[in-house]
Design a protein around this ligand. Structure first.
Ligand code: PMP
Length: 398
């Protein structure tokens, strides 16, 4: 067989998925025969069913024969609804023409980096972060320039760190607030400074705001809401997290930059043609229908966060501060790692095999995650209590 392309080996993946694969195998082969189960405290998706009215809208769309191609950028009525909802947190008079609907939010990462990055171009990415930003950049021959998110700063960074990372080759800055994996939320002050630096250095910005509704303290501020930013920023958002719709695969990009939105639409046309039509009608109901379920889910995430933070801080060697957003908790385990002389991966492996709880090593999200493990708090309070009891018992005896 002839070789794969030179770029293929540079493409990374979401290691969180391979960790789950390994865990399921361990559960099936080792635990199930002994009548035992793993507790999954690593899950990166909402712990609720999709609200009924949204599923009904999808079923109705199918029964109404909305089962054909739609325009690549999405059905106009959904693009209008997304423009309206985006104007609430980033008031820029967005219209449907500024919106492209995609199959989940992830393609916006792929398309925007594809539209911008040539061999050797640099992309600045705070770290630890969602691994796809770096994977796609490297696949396309670009260079990832990480800036460290620090725990003492609630996982914000110092603006000087950004300034000193910029070179003539820097093309794009990717930010994500509220963040996966840290739960950190960038302060308004930092976002204002980022906007100034982006304008001064003529940078494109991908602002991943997929967790914008999940802010437990304070409010979400969009980078695109600062003067001069709407034209250089693509907001990434979608239905997956807010409406518990990960399997529907509906997301979008929003920007006042017409050329960028045209490029994104063209890439989407080459890639998927359009998003599943009935899923677009479900998304329309999600965005423009009643929001009571979102409020209920949010309130429960906050309860689960408070419970998990309390229980984690009772475990010897684990410490964390309450994250302000998303549904993740980055826990510092440096003391345990030093005591046992192991890495975060080895610790998570032992916690899986000996305490039967699945959590993720911070390194799944990049080099600067090496002192951490990541929990999520989408599981029920019962699961959180049981999982933390198991972890505490295990770490107390070793
Ligand atoms: N950005 C971040 C930060 C995420 O955590 C995720 C999902 N885990 C996505 C983008 C992708 O969302 P979707 O499932 O809608 O493609």
């Amino acid at each position: 067989m002839k070789n794969f392309s030179n770029r293929m080996p540079r493409l990374g993946t979401e290691n969180a998925f391979s960790v789950i694969g390994k865990a399921k195998k361990f559960e099936a082969e080792v635990l199930a025969p002994a009548g035992k189960k793993l507790i999954y405290l690593q899950i990166g998706e909402p712990g609720f069913d999709t609200p009924r009215n949204i599923n009904d809208a999808a079923i109705k769309a199918i029964n109404d024969n909305q089962t054909h191609y739609t325009p690549t950028a999405g059905i106009q009525i959904l693009r209008e609804a997304v423009a309206k909802s985006t104007n609430k947190y980033a008031p820029n008079d967005y219209t449907f023409e500024d919106v492209v609907i995609t199959s989940g939010a992830k393609p916006i990462i792929f398309y925007m980096i594809n539209a911008l990055v040539d061999e050797g171009d640099e992309v600045i990415v705070p770290n630890p972060c969602f691994p796809i930003y770096g994977s796609v950049t490297e696949y396309l021959g670009g260079k990832v320039v990480p800036i460290k998110l620090t725990e003492e700063n609630d996982f914000n960074f110092k603006i000087e760190e950004l300034e000193k990372s910029i070179t003539p080759k820097t093309k794009l800055l990717i930010i994500n607030s509220p963040q996966n994996p840290t739960g950190g939320v960038f302060s308004k002050e930092l976002l204002g400074q980022i906007a100034e630096v982006a304008i001064k250095n003529d940078l494109w910005v991908l602002s991943d705001e997929i967790y914008n509704e999940m802010v437990h303290e304070g409010e979400h501020v969009s980078l695109a809401s600062f003067p001069g930013m709407a034209e250089r920023t693509v907001i990434l958002n979608g239905c997956s997290k807010t409406y518990a719709m990960t399997g529907y695969r509906v997301g979008w990009g929003v920007s006042k930059n017409k050329e960028m939105m045209k490029a994104i639409e063209q890439l989407a046309c080459n890639d998927t043609s359009c998003v599943n039509a009935s899923a677009q009608y479900a998304a329309l109901e999600a965005v423009s229908g009643p929001q009571a379920d979102v409020e209920m889910m949010l309130a429960e995430y906050k309860n689960r966060r408070d419970l998990l933070v309390k229980l984690v801080n009772e475990v010897p060697g684990m410490k964390c501060v309450a994250p302000k957003g998303a549904f993740y908790l980055m826990v510092n385990v440096r003391e345990i790692l030093n005591k046992l002389n192991i890495t975060a991966e080895e610790l998570c492996d032992r916690i899986m095999k000996e305490a039967h709880v699945l959590i993720l090593p911070g390194t799944v999200f990049g080099h600067f995650g090496e002192d951490f493990v990541r929990f999520s708090y989408v599981s029920t309070q019962e699961m959180i209590i049981e999982g933390m009891q198991r972890i505490k018992a295990f770490l107390t005896k070793i």
